[in-house]
Design a protein around this ligand. Structure first.
Ligand SMILES: [Zn+2]
Ligand SMILES: [Zn+2]
Length: 418
């Protein structure tokens, strides 16, 4: 990126940090409240309510239940005459993990996203800039595909770019987030007394066991970025009955959507089929929840984010060592529709996501600093895009070049492949 871009990304950073600092009490109260009351996907009523109230209190027009999802919302502030300037969106996530609370730090995401909105709104007014600022409350990121449903409901219609920042154990402007299929295999055997007449049974738990072993062996023959992992969601009914019904939930992931929906999905299906054949059971196999597209970060937005982070005293090392696959995010689906940013802010230094250590640290002083700095970073990026139309033009051009065949052509969600 050019030096001009560097100036743009850094230009509003200090002012944005002052603005998140001015509302620090509200932002940190929000982060801590969510952390103390973790809510699972699509049950985030308190979190969504707190976010809506905070944004409404700062002049946003708030719609709840967006896209038919009770815990989704859409908040909007228009600066200048309606329709003037870009339409930019900040995504907030706020769901927690089963048994781990905020082990993915979505309380930090929510508070940083709100901070970005409040700081940007203040700076827009101060600079007389024009445009529309949206905050999209997207529930159910942990497996539910909230953003997928919101996109289907048209939440990105007319949006020029979308940003968010995720909590992490490091600062980064992007990581490789994999496309992901959410799959389910159900085996049906035949019940019989496990001691008195086992020879009359067909063991559905044996099928699940063989499936797990086959998947473990399959991994060696997959591309290094592939991930296949599973849990036995239903493993039988009673010890003295040959299990007649078992259910295995799986994620299959890869960077390339064509590979994921091709070779990888076929191979997993063969493992399921083989396990059923070997055990004389029947099976069903299919997708269980919305597919996540691989994240395709906008190079223009990531450059702005890097410069904003540096100006905030969080320089991103060149060629930052976090090049390997991360997880998957439904922000990937957003990135197939509009130029998008999915950055990371160091909230629990050195900790890995989805751990008890991360959950324990997600309301600590470093996490609080991540709320304020993450929000300021996003506000600096948004202000650059609102005030320098050339940046958005470049982001659009890069997006068009990267998605040249058709919208969503790199995605896995719609069954398309590249
Ligand atoms: Zn997570
Ligand atoms: Zn997460």
């Amino acid at each position: 990126m050019s030096a001009g871009n560097t100036a743009a990304g850094a230009r509003f950073a200090a002012a944005a940090r002052a603005r998140t600092g001015a509302v620090a009490d509200e932002l940190l109260e929000l982060s801590h409240a969510l952390h103390a009351r973790p809510e699972l996907r699509f049950e985030e009523h308190e979190a969504a309510g707190r976010l809506r109230a905070l944004l409404a209190g700062h002049g946003f027009a708030v719609e709840e239940g967006t896209g038919g999802l009770p815990t989704a919302f859409r908040a909007e502030r228009v600066f200048g005459e309606p329709g003037a300037g870009p339409v930019l969106a900040v995504f907030c996530e706020y769901d927690a993990l089963p048994s781990l609370g905020h082990g993915c730090g979505h309380n930090v995401i929510a508070a940083a996203g709100a901070g970005a909105a409040l700081a940007t709104a203040a700076l827009m007014a101060e600079h007389g800039a024009k445009g529309t600022l949206l905050v999209i409350g997207s529930p159910g990121e942990e497996g539910g595909g909230g953003k997928v449903r919101l996109i289907e409901a048209g939440v990105l219609d007319g949006v020029d770019a979308a940003v968010m920042v995720h909590a992490a154990g490091y600062d980064a402007v992007s990581r490789t987030n994999l496309g992901r299929l959410s799959l389910e295999a159900v085996f049906t055997g035949r019940a019989s007394h496990a001691s008195a007449a086992p020879e009359r049974g067909r063991n559905a738990l044996d099928a699940a066991t063989l499936l797990l072993v086959a998947l473990g062996l399959l991994r060696q023959q997959l591309t290094p970025d592939s991930r296949v992992h599973a849990k036995v969601a239903e493993g039988g009914q009673s010890i003295n009955i040959i299990p007649e019904h078992t259910r295995v939930e799986l994620f299959a992931r890869a960077t390339d959507s064509g590979y994921l929906r091709g070779r990888l999905l076929d191979a997993v299906h063969d493992c399921v089929r083989g396990a059923a054949i070997a055990t004389g059971t029947d099976y069903t196999f299919g997708e269980k929840a919305p597919a996540y597209d691989p994240m395709d970060p906008s190079p223009v937005l990531t450059a702005l984010a890097a410069d904003a982070f540096a100006a905030l005293g969080r320089p991103i090392p060149p060629g930052s060592g976090w090049a390997g696959p991360a997880g998957s995010t439904d922000m990937g689906n957003v990135s197939m529709r509009v130029p998008a940013l999915h950055a990371y802010v160091d909230a629990v230094p050195g900790a890995a996501l989805h751990t008890r250590d991360f959950a324990a640290g997600a309301a600590s002083p470093p996490a609080d600093a991540a709320v304020l700095d993450g929000g300021a970073m996003l506000a600096a990026v948004l202000m650059a895009l609102f005030t320098e139309p050339e940046l958005l033009e470049r982001a659009r051009a890069a997006f068009a070049e990267n998605h040249s065949t058709s919208p969503g052509s790199k995605g896995v969600a719609d069954g398309g492949g590249s």
